[in-house]
Design a protein around this ligand. Structure first.
Ligand code: FMN
Length: 152
């Protein structure tokens, strides 16, 4: 069974967390084992990233940038991959989603920053404010598509 990580930051209203849960739901329905991790609760141990076949990353727009917890993941990932030469941290299918209050510039930022992790599946899913049922369905579909890529 493929292992899929949903790594996200959610702090203010829980909007990104609701999207993350829906992405996870879609991936589980497709037969993946899914781990959800909110970087607002704890720093993610990047050494364990090698254990996952695919990942979804979700961030709120904070000052037109990604949240600090997700940026810390990218910093840790770079150090372990490039400086320490740890294998298994790249070449993964990944999906991106974000939540914003009306600016929404973080979507383009994320697309650039996460490129070194592997190959993006689908388009970056952006949501203004609280996700409605239609948006949550899009999140489930994104999880399903990502699971499809992980299943090969
Ligand atoms: C510190 C901070 C900075 C923010 N900066 C922006 C911004 O630059 N552009 C924008 O559209 N929304 C901004 N927002 C709004 C959040 O992106 C939005 O409320 C999001 O849905 C919060 O996600 P969460 O409920 O998962 O924490 C900001 C919110 C906070 C707390």
């Amino acid at each position: 069974m493929p292992r899929l990580l949903v790594l996200y930051h959610s702090q203010d209203y829980g909007h990104t967390g609701q999207m993350a849960a829906a992405v996870a739901e879609g991936a589980r329905q497709a037969g993946c084992e899914v781990v959800l991790h909110n970087t607002n609760d704890a720093r993610f141990d990047v050494a364990t990233f090698a254990d996952y076949d695919a990942a979804a990353f979700g961030s709120p727009d904070y000052f037109s940038y990604i949240a600090g917890g997700l940026k810390t993941f990218l910093d840790d990932h770079y150090v372990l991959d490039v400086r320490r030469g740890v294998s298994g941290l790249t070449g993964k299918p990944y999906a991106l989603f974000c939540s914003h209050g009306g600016g929404g510039r973080v979507a383009a930022i994320m697309a650039g920053l996460f490129r070194r992790v592997g190959t993006q599946v689908g388009d970056t899913l952006a949501c203004r404010g609280a996700p409605d049922e239609a948006k949550l369905e899009q999140c489930r579909a994104l999880g399903l598509a990502l699971a499809g890529a992980a299943l090969g």
